[in-house]
Design a protein around this ligand. Structure first.
Ligand code: NAD
Length: 433
């Protein structure tokens, strides 16, 4: 199949590379010329394990190329994916201007008689497909096209394996012609395919992310009860999670969810439900618990350190989760800024997220250093804000030797409390004695 993807970010680039990997011809389009220049020069603008190898291999085989021209993409492909941002507006509703603009741009280059399937892969509110169809039709009366919803469920940090072996592929369309082409694209992946109408497919994505966030907030609320009662949230989560109806995934207590998807998608789902006149108030509680989790953690830090002003605090982790350089809406970033706003002297480190944090000046009052050990030099406390494996495997003896005071606040329950205490650390985590 000949495929183009408009938007070559985390979703577009990884999807494009994986489509090429299974044998399709892919053109990745982006209007950020700097990104296209990098990609054409063989540089990958994001960090995602395994991505560089498959991009390099498929560019070399001629199945993957990059352009800043939507016309080039649309002319030379039967199926055009949209993978542009859908950021939140201040009231939580989705800013759909990127999608609307791409719909107009596609309309302007569609040629009469050349059937195209336009597939929305961005996360969008239910009924967006209808709007995209109306928009293309308004700007191009002759065009022969169908609009399909195909939400993406990849997780950053394991996006390549997620795309190559998805749990399910959701395809929302009422058109047999579009469906036949979508099957050709996805057949090589040998994954379960769920076919729905466009509205249901769009809703599945928001409902799925909201449910996962709800699971996180649920266990975080339980962690507060554990702290108040002396129970251990890890054991409670194991006991709950062994029930097949519930499952252990997403029952990890910590600082709460962040990142470019969950906070915005939950806010969007709340806004959509309000707009439809069926307010989803449960999700407001999910948001409240998530915010309270960081507040409780900070309170614990204040209780131990008394005054944060002038305290030297090391923070491990800036990215919103491990194995990614993505620092958008990262709880680690928020926490670092909370600490510096109380005038703590923060030194932080992240294996992959440092560059993006510097580029966007996300932690303006903290110092970013090049190693985990450098960060703890002379520190009066260490905070673990992102659960990178590197931190779990570190030599705690060495960490203690470098710190001023052996005190750890583990916001991700990454370390074994006994091992940390055996090394002489005063150790606090979330929901564990
Ligand atoms: P991103 O910001 O990494 O990438 C979007 C890209 O689109 C950028 O490179 C940008 O330059 C480009 N772009 C914007 N307007 C354009 C235009 N008019 N023409 C061409 N290119 C344009 O975003 P992302 O993380 O890949 O997310 C894209 C969508 O996928 C969002 O709706 C997001 O919610 C959804 N999604 C993201 C993830 C994730 O983990 N990142 C997972 C599932 C779904």
């Amino acid at each position: 199949m000949d495929i183009s993807i408009i938007g070559s970010g985390y979703v577009g680039l990884v999807s494009g590379a994986c489509f090429a990997e299974v044998g399709h011809n892919v053109i990745c389009v982006d209007n950020d010329q700097r990104k296209i220049d990098m990609l054409q020069a063989g540089k990958i603008p994001i960090y995602e394990p395994g991505l560089e190898e498959i991009v390099t291999r498929n560019v070399a085989s001629g199945r993957l190329r990059f352009t800043s021209s939507i016309e080039d993409g649309v002319d030379n492909s039967q199926v055009v994916f949209i993978a542009v941002p859908t950021p939140p507006q201040p009231d939580g509703s989705v800013d759909l201007s990127f999608i609307e603009r791409v719909a107009r741009e596609i309309a302007s280059v569609l040629k009469p008689g050349a059937y195209r399937v336009v597939v929305d892969k961005s996360t969008v509110p239910v009924k967006t497909g209808e709007k995209v169809t109306e928009t293309i039709r308004r700007y191009n009366k002759e065009a022969d096209f169908d609009v399909v919803s195909n939400p993406e469920f990849l997780r950053e940090g394991c996006a390549v394996p997620d795309l190559m072996n998805p749990d399910r592929i959701v395809i929302g369309t009422n058109s047999d012609r579009a469906m036949a082409l979508m099957h050709k694209i996805y057949d090589p992946f040998n994954a379960p395919v769920l076919v729905t109408d466009v509205n249901s497919a769009e809703l599945i994505k928001h409902a799925a992310n909201s449910f996962l966030a709800l699971k996180i907030s649920y266990i975080n609320a339980v962690s507060a009860i554990c702290e108040a009662s002396g129970a251990d949230v890890e054991k409670v989560a194991s006991g709950i999670g062994m029930d097949k109806r519930i499952g252990r995934n997403f029952l990890n207590a910590g600082l709460g969810y962040g990142g470019s998807c969950f906070p915005k998608d939950i806010a969007a789902f709340i806004a959509i439900s309000d707009e439809l006149g069926v307010p989803f108030t449960l999700l407001k509680e999910v948001q409240r618990i998530n915010a309270a989790q960081r507040d409780r953690f900070l309170k614990k830090m204040r209780e131990t350190l008394w005054v944060l002003r002038d305290k030297k605090i090391a923070v491990w982790g800036i990215s919103f989760k491990p194995d990614t350089d993505d620092v958008r809406s990262s709880v680690a970033v928020d926490l670092i800024n909370d600490l510096t706003s109380e005038k703590a002297v923060v030194t932080c480190y992240d294996p992959k997220g440092a560059e993006k944090a510097k580029e966007f000046n996300l932690v303006p009052n903290a110092k970013i250093v090049d190693s985990a050990l450098e960060a703890v030099e002379g520190a009066e406390a260490l905070v673990i804000a992102t659960e990178w494996k590197e931190f779990a495997n570190i030599d705690l003896k060495e960490v203690k030797a470098r710190m001023h005071t052996p005190l750890i606040f583990d916001g991700r329950n990454l370390l074994d409390p006994d091992a940390a205490r055996k090394q002489g650390f005063v150790y606090h985590s979330v929901g564990r004695p």
